[in-house]
Design a protein. Structure first.
Length: 370
């Protein structure tokens, strides 16, 4: 698995819930920019905590790209793309992360949580394509066929949501939303397209990180820390600009870009309590995930992580948030199978497509953030 892609992964947003305002009707937690600013604070501390606990073990030394020992001086002729002020380039993958997560947040408001999680599987498609175009990787025939299977699987999952939309996603009383006039099928299609389109930004982020780590001696975990810093300040800057330009206007007040409204909503007990619980959950997910990687392998961790989507779907069914759809299961199974074949976890069904050499995975370990 690529070291850059293994260095980090942050990608899921949790479903926005409805909560009661102190002096008004129910409101939806809609200020995504203000919520996003929290995500980069713990990331900026990643280097200290990860190194201190020995959770990060670089695995790219076999490619001659290991991190520089802190006790040695770097070569004066080092052509690192991140040398000096060039470290500002790490703001680019941070911006991609912001754009991707924002689109996924918007898509999550329109579809069920399980469809959201399944549609994210389209990531392998864009990572594969971008790796070929920009990093000059070579994909075998069975991997190209696997990418076609991924596209088909995502399409089937989206089709299931469009044909049998869940009533639980209907607009709630007291909440003004631009989605009210949209049909259930239309909302499902738009939601799937937003989530799938967000994977383009995520794949771009992966490719940028891959290129930077291959052309510099910086430690992968240090990349995480710098991206957290840049992402936090970029988010704050965008928040202020959009609040001044849109949030303070009559049409933008109490909307997505109103910082005052976003802060008021975040200060409500139900929201900040759930936010803390989400951060604890994500921290536990990453800690135990890294433990599995050290004890078994990254491939095993990726395989086990697939069960998370299935678990989300089962819980959603149990809570009545969505209905059982056979077509959704078919699409998810096709998506998972194609991804496993692409990464070499499962052998291709035809002997003519099989290869004796080890398949190098393009997808990262699933490291999450809020």
């Amino acid at each position: 698995m690529r070291p850059a892609l293994r260095a980090r992964r942050r990608q899921t947003a949790r479903p926005f819930r409805t909560t009661s305002a102190p002096n008004g009707p129910d409101v939806r937690r809609r200020n995504g920019l203000l919520a996003r600013s929290r995500a980069f604070v713990p990331l900026s501390l990643a280097r200290r905590s990860t190194v201190a606990h020995g959770a990060w073990v670089p695995s790219h030394k076999h490619r001659g790209g290991g991190p520089v020992d802190g006790r040695t001086k770097p070569d004066a002729n080092d052509r690192s793309v991140l040398r000096g002020m060039r470290v500002m380039l790490l703001a680019l993958p941070a911006i991609c992360d912001i754009c991707g997560t924002t689109l996924m947040n918007a898509g999550l408001l329109l579809v069920a949580a399980s469809i959201y999680q399944m549609t994210r599987g389209a990531l392998v498609l864009f990572v594969g394509l971008f790796s070929v175009v920009f990093l000059h990787r070579h994909l075998r025939l069975f991997q190209w066929l696997s990418l076609a299977g991924v596209v088909l699987g995502v399409a089937v999952v989206g089709l299931a949501g469009a044909i049998w939309p869940d009533e639980k996603k209907a607009p709630q009383p007291g909440i003004e939303t631009s989605h009210a006039a949209m049909s259930d099928a239309g909302r499902a299609i738009v939601g799937v397209l937003l989530i799938a389109g967000a994977q383009i930004f995520t794949a771009t982020q992966f490719v940028l990180e891959e290129w930077m780590l291959e052309n510099s001696s910086i430690e992968p975990v240090e990349v995480v820390g710098w991206e957290g810093v840049f992402g936090f300040f970029v988010t704050l800057l965008v928040m202020v600009v959009m609040h001044v330009a849109v949030g303070r206007t009559d049409t933008g007040r109490h909307g997505y870009f109103d910082m005052e409204e976003g802060w008021r909503q975040m200060m409500q007990e139900r929201i900040w309590t759930s936010s803390v619980l989400i951060m604890i959950s994500i921290g536990g997910f990453n800690y135990f995930g890294l433990s599995v990687t050290r004890s078994v392998s990254a491939t095993s961790r990726s395989t086990i992580d697939t069960c998370r989507t299935l678990f989300i779907w089962i819980v959603s069914l149990r809570l009545g948030w969505e209905s059982f759809k056979v077509l959704q299961i078919v699409g998810f199974a096709l998506l998972v199978y194609s991804t496993f074949v692409f990464n070499g976890i499962v052998r291709p069904p035809l002997s003519s497509l099989r290869h004796d050499e080890e398949v190098e995975e393009l997808l990262p370990e699933p490291i999450e953030h809020q």
